[in-house]
Design a protein around this ligand. Structure first.
Ligand SMILES: NC(=O)c1ccc[n+]([C@@H]2O[C@H](COP(=O)([O-])OP(=O)(O)OC[C@H]3O[C@@H](n4cnc5c(N)ncnc54)[C@H](O)[C@@H]3O)[C@@H](O)[C@H]2O)c1
Ligand SMILES: CC(C)CCC[C@@H](C)[C@H]1CC[C@H]2C3=C(CC[C@]12C)[C@@]1(C)CC[C@H](O)[C@@H](C(=O)O)[C@@H]1CC3
Length: 345
């Protein structure tokens, strides 16, 4: 059992703090006067006022060192969705989150803020202005989503006013911004391979894309509003840009901003989804022999061809959330941040 010293409310830990969202969160926390411990399997940068602890979150002893005298923990670590590795997701998102909760108890942590995902309720059919009371997906499309559901339940069920351990889950959707290793790089790579010529479906589907600084703002508000007498205890909150946009308009704006052509030709949604499912099954069967990573996974096709946007009214009401950066400005800032991905660069 770790020896407890009184934690300061401005001392926090960010698990996954070397990642895209984690690093933006760490930078903002430092600006706001927090002392930050980063816990991650890799150290990606150095920052004054930030102490790095390298380790696997499944290792309780390693975690305990990073949680010493910490009162607030942000848990935003996860394997990348593209890894599609069931055992890894199970180990990190489920078993590892149990370990995080246990280590928080042992270290005397008072608040745990989990980065969940709005996808926990998405199973490939339209969601329009979805609220947090939508049921969890009964048939999640991929392992990532399957384990994010269990992870969120574990964290919310651990909330206990009696034990003085408060938890909340933030559900962002489609995070984008500078240094994102997923959305823009995958999009550009697909365009460079000549595969971004087609619009899946009729192109009218509305979705949420959320600028990383708004997601960070939602996390910090949640941490600061999470109190024993607040409605946040044990609840999930959507954090979005509150400006649903046509999926294909958003993609086209990023592509054209970087000098690539926007997709023009339409393909029927069911056809592309069927092909993606077939490719995914083939990749699964061949996995012991060869590792194939299809670009058009069933999850990506579902996200590209359906409506999925969420209401953030609960976050506005309970924690005074408002997006700080509007969508158009966010797109401009994002495009400018990727000069190395411009066509011809
Ligand atoms: N990117 C999005 O669009 C999006 C949307 C909704 C929710 N989320 C969630 O936000 C969180 C952050 O995502 P991101 O996009 O910044 O991903 P990211 O891959 O950039 O960051 C994840 C970090 O977790 C670390 N990590 C992974 N396994 C670990 C382990 N076993 N122990 C310690 N550290 C480990 C990685 O090293 C990485 O630095 C994740 O929980 C993700 O599920 C992301
Ligand atoms: C190949 C094309 C059809 C699409 C190319 C762009 C995609 C790589 C992105 C478009 C929407 C993105 C997205 C995610 C990953 C990258 C995209 C598929 C998530 C699945 C990442 C994990 C998050 O938890 C999801 C969320 O709920 O926010 C993301 C949803 C959007």
């Amino acid at each position: 059992m770790a020896t407890r010293t009184r934690p300061s409310s401005k001392r926090c830990a960010v698990i996954g703090g070397s990642g895209f969202l984690g690093r933006h969160l760490v930078e903002r926390l430092v600006d706001r006067g927090y002392t930050v411990n980063v816990f991650d399997i890799r150290q990606a940068y150095e920052l004054p006022g930030v102490m790095f602890h390298q380790g696997d979150l499944c290792d309780r002893q390693a975690l305990l060192l990073a949680l010493k005298e910490v009162s607030v923990v942000f848990h935003c670590a996860s394997p990348a969705p593209a890894s599609d590795d069931r055992a890894l997701f199970q180990r990190v998102n489920i078993d590892g989150t149990r370990t995080v909760i246990q280590a928080c108890h042992e270290a005397g942590v008072q608040k745990l803020i989990l980065t969940s995902s709005a996808s926990v309720v998405f199973e490939g059919t339209d969601i329009k202005n979805g609220r947090e009371d939508l049921p969890y997906a009964k048939k999640p499309i991929d392992y990532y989503t399957e384990t994010k559901i269990v992870q969120e339940k574990l964290v919310l069920e651990a909330c206990s006013k009696e034990k003085g351990f408060l938890t909340v889950a933030i559900r962002p959707h489609g995070i984008f911004g500078p240094r994102d290793p997923q959305l823009v790089p995958i999009l550009v790579d697909t365009a460079r391979r000549g595969k971004m010529k087609f619009i899946i479906g009729d192109g009218s589907n509305l979705v949420d894309f959320t600028y990383v600084e708004n997601v960070v703002h939602g996390h910090i508000l949640a941490a600061e509003h999470l109190k024993a007498d607040s409605p946040l205890c044990g609840q999930a909150y959507h954090i979005t840009n509150d400006e649903p946009v046509r999926f294909w308009d958003f993609m086209s704006q990023i592509l054209e901003g970087l000098g690539y052509s926007a997709p023009r030709y339409h393909l029927p949604y069911t056809l592309v989804y069927g092909i993606a499912l077939l490719l995914w099954l083939m990749a699964l069967v061949l996995r012991p022999l060869i590792r194939i990573k299809p670009t058009f996974t069933p999850m990506r096709v579902a996200l590209a061809g359906t409506h999925h946007y969420y209401s953030c009214a609960r976050a506005k009401k309970d924690m005074g959330y408002q997006p700080l950066v509007p969508l158009q400005e966010a797109i401009v800032r994002t495009v400018e941040s990727y000069p190395h991905l411009r066509k011809g660069a």
